[in-house]
Design a protein around this ligand. Sequence first.
Ligand code: ZN
Length: 295
Amino acid sequence: MPDAPSIPPATGAPARAEIGVIGGSGLYALLDDVTEVTVQTPYGPPSDSVFLGEVAGRSVAFLPRHGRGHTLPPHRINYRANLWALHSLGVRQVLGPCAVGGLRTEYGPGTLLVPDQFVDRTLGRAQTFYDGLPLPDGSLPEVVHVSMADPYCPDGRRAALAAARANAWEPVDGGTLVVIEGPRFSTRAESRWFTANGWSVVGMTGHPEAVLARELGLCYTSLALVTDLDAGVETGEGVTHAEVLEVFARNVDRLRTVLFKAVADLPAARDCVCSHALDGLETGLAGVPEPPAAG
Ligand SMILES: [Zn+2]
């Protein structure tokens, strides 16, 4: 457990944002005119600085999931620090674009899928804020079990789907994202097994990101960009990282456009399942900082 105390982000003008975007492989910057802030958390540093900017009058915090130079593999990302950092800046709605492999031949490269379920196949990642261990500030999280029956925000999913359609990019509405530990890709047998289970796409970062968002009462929406057919459904040599990045690069502009539109259309007031995830629960997370007052 890192020993950095929880401290407010940055100095000077209050740094805050209402909407967070966690950019995956190939998406290391979102906005041109940004304020870079360093945020510390009780869990150590997030993947990178947080970049604050504005889209359609909405304040946005962008965080490159793998670091801006893609230095962090999926299993070493400090997911708790990332979600905590966004929350501490005032973020209450998170969009999580990610690169995935298609588990069905019809989900080829360039497919945009907005999942409604995930399956966790990761190993040993820190995946909860409620592990019963005291935080450096002395607060002690209670043992809390949040509902994950429907892991993604219904309002966020609606906004993402509509944003894709508005940009003539017909998305796949729903499906199951299998999250593997990585950094290696699946074997053909694993991949065929995922497909046989009826799952849709496979990635490495969707868990525990969605869980941790829910544990803080944040809305979380996954936008899965298919960069390749996974090993079980393709017939070539298998996936390479270079291929993933190449397909992502080809689609990153329209993904950014979709993200901007989704940000613009997210409801300003929340009344979704995520916003009520902690209702009536005593979390003990006194260390969850309230966002600084707008000023
Ligand atoms: Zn929500």
